[in-house]
Design a protein around this ligand. Structure first.
Ligand code: ADP
Ligand code: MG
Ligand code: ZN
Length: 622
């Protein structure tokens, strides 16, 4: 349902008309008799005359042009109480008035005609008036409320719909590690500061910039930095805030936002999570979303509605550009697209430098070691890491953050909170064998990353953990590296099988097996590393719940599907066999390592490798 004044009027008109007739039918006849309708007892004219004779009548009021009288009388028949009684008077009763006068009875005649008309009027207006007043009250109320169902009639005007920051206080120096994006934005600052440079040569200043990248990579930060550098106000709203329960609210919010922005130009409008409104129209499960489409249309209209030179630049952020409506990406709207990625080693180093500025860090701590240990961390993760380390430091009453706290913070961020170790038991022993299995396979395989540490201290969901030092260059991974990873992941389960027997294997490997299957599947369907040949059969993110890609689910025939499954199985089986070989051949070292691990609970990588060298003649790289 749409809510607008027009609709309200359309709806209330018939209601008013109906209520008018209802009122007429039910109540109008009674009002003709006006206030007399309270009098229930009646008396004949003859009896009335007798009452006068007896002197029992105290007061007579004559109504309806002498047709009715209401008398006040007292008498034995009336229980000796003064009561009001109605009397119908005959058409002509000339003797009545004289009689009343003679008996000194109070007489009053009421001009009924006018009275009735007035009562009619009031009566007829009463119901509709009541309706209108209550409607008005309803509107007042819902306009004042924030949120809740009252929103329905607020027409999107009542709430503070967007945040306005006059000064963001963020400058480009606060943003690190995403240099390309930063360069692009430095240019935009020049647009805002000196538009005449560009307009003089006929250049059109871009209206919209779309920032694309995973969460926490600094998109919001970057948008704020442009506003801060250019010294202009920052208007921000999140896409999900546009989309509310009722149709029309989102669109009016967009209108309000742009209106306010135009009044404050030059400025930056920042729309976070634009995919919430800007998703490709006409797709998705369960049909389109009317509200979202209206909001998106309004956004497109607004963006077309101002000239590029008015000093408003719309910056939008999303982590998925591929699902955006193509209309948004047309020239004149978000015609610039800037990618912000998870930082690489150098990027992490720069971000860590920015965030360590206001922290007391032990000078012996090398920032580059932290950067090396944190591949895959976003800017927000790194900021969080240093903050966690600072909190740990304060908790331990130290005055400088050392590598120890940083290590703890990294572990916590990657694997969750630390638990307490199990007491020595069969399951502790099994977990120890499982973890040592991962570690030894990882160590003996040439193409596997190095062991950083093995621990029996549980963390998050994991009951024991083997950490590997991630290699820096994660962008190109060879077939043998993937296979080594698969074997390393199978190392835990394979050790359980060999040491404890097939019937004793546990559920502890379920996470490992998930990874194994995923890696093998990618080898077959994405990287062309199987017998099927160099075919790409699945996309990186064919997320069926996001609409457009739903059609891509079955790009291959059923025949190929069977082949894929066979190939995945072949790869995993082959790796499994080789892994079992490694475990069997190194059983002696494994037993020793398990004893040490149970005693110490954690073995770090260097120590681990040293022990292997001691017990095995030559650690054979396979
Ligand atoms: P996004 O909007 O991409 O999800 P944010 O801009 O909100 O990420 O980043 C959250 C926080 O993480 C920032 O306030 C900042 O402290 C930190 N951060 C993220 N990326 C960077 C970066 N490139 N440089 C410095 N700090 C960053
Ligand atoms: Mg953000
Ligand atoms: Zn495991």
């Amino acid at each position: 349902m749409k809510f607008s004044w027009k609709n309200i009027l359309l709806w209330s008109l018939p209601i008013i008309v109906i209520s008018f007739f209802l009122w007429q039918g039910l109540f109008a006849p009674v009002t003709n008799e006006n206030n007399n309708n309270l009098v229930n007892s009646r008396m004949t004219y003859g009896r009335f005359l007798e009452y006068i004779e007896m002197g029992w009548v105290k007061k007579v009021d004559i109504y309806e042009n002498g047709h009715t009288a209401i008398i006040e009388a007292i008498g034995p028949e009336l229980g000796n109480r003064i009561q009001k009684i109605r009397v119908e008077l005959p058409a002509s009763a000339p003797e009545l008035v004289t009689k009343l006068k003679k008996n000194h009875i109070d007489l009053d005649a009421h001009p009924t005609k006018n009275n009735t008309a007035l009562w009619n009027l009031v009566g007829n207006l009463f119901f509709p008036l009541l309706l209108i007043i209550s409607l008005a009250l309803l509107f007042r109320r819902s306009n004042n409320t924030t949120g809740g169902p009252g929103q329905a009639m607020s027409f999107g005007k009542s709430k503070a719909l967007f945040q306005i920051e006059a000064k963001t206080g963020i400058v480009f120096d606060d943003v690190a590690g995403i240099d390309e994006a930063k360069e692009e934005f430095e240019e935009i600052v020049t647009f805002l500061k000196k538009p005449e440079y560009f307009t003089a040569v006929g250049a059109k200043i871009p209206k919209g910039v779309l920032l694309v990248g995973p969460p926490g990579t600094g998109k919001t930060l970057l948008a704020k930095a442009i506003a801060g550098e250019a010294n202009v106000p920052f208007f921000s709203i999140s896409g999900s805030e546009f989309v509310e329960m009722f149709v029309g609210v989102g669109a009016s919010r967009v209108r309000d936002l742009f209106k306010k922005a135009k009044e404050n130009a030059p400025c930056i409008i920042f729309i976070d999570e634009i995919d919430a409104v800007g998703r490709q129209r006409g797709t998705g499960i369960g049909g389109g979303n009317d509200e979202r489409e209206q909001t998106l249309n309004q956004l497109l209209t607004e963006m077309d509605g101002f000239e590029g030179n008015t000093g408003i630049i719309v910056v939008a952020a999303t982590n998925r550009a591929d699902i955006l409506d193509s209309a948004l990406l047309r020239p004149g709207r978000f015609d610039r697209q800037v990618n912000v990625d998870i930082p690489d080693f150098k990027g992490r180093l720069d971000i860590l430098k920015v965030h360590s500025k206001n922290k007391k860090i032990d000078p012996n701590v090398s920032i580059s070691i932290i950067a090396r240990r944190t591949p895959g961390f976003s800017g927000a993760d790194l900021a969080n890491l240093l903050n966690e380390a600072a909190i740990l430091t304060a908790r331990e009453h130290k005055n400088q953050i050392t590598l120890q706290e940083i290590d703890k913070a990294i572990d916590r961020i990657i694997a969750g909170m630390e638990g307490t170790a199990l007491v020595d038991s069969k399951s502790k022993r099994l977990i120890a064998y499982h973890e040592i299995g991962h570690a030894i396979v990882g160590t003996l395989l040439k193409d596997h990353e190095n062991v950083q540490k093995v621990t029996l201290i549980p963390r998050g969901q994991a009951r024991g953990l083997t950490w590997f030092t991630p290699s820096e260059d994660q962008s190109l991974i060879s077939r043998s590296q993937i296979k080594a990873k698969i074997m390393g992941a199978l190392g835990g389960r394979a050790t359980e099988e060999i040491v404890f027997g097939e019937s004793e294997i546990t559920t502890g490997a379920s996470n490992d097996l998930q990874q194994v299957t995923a890696m093998a599947r990618q080898m077959v369907t994405r990287f062309g590393m199987s017998n099927i040949g160099p075919l790409s059969l699945e996309n990186e993110d064919s997320n069926p719940f996001l609409g457009r890609s739903i059609g891509n689910l079955n790009e291959y025939s059923d025949e190929i599907a069977i082949k894929i499954d066979n190939q995945i199985q072949t790869i995993v089986e082959e790796c499994h066999l080789k892994t079992r070989e490694i475990i069997k051949n190194n059983r002696v070292i494994i037993d020793k390592l398990v004893d040490i691990l149970i005693e110490k609970e954690t073995i770090d990588g260097q120590e681990f490798r040293k022990i292997i060298e001691q017990y095995s003649d030559i650690p054979q790289k396979i």
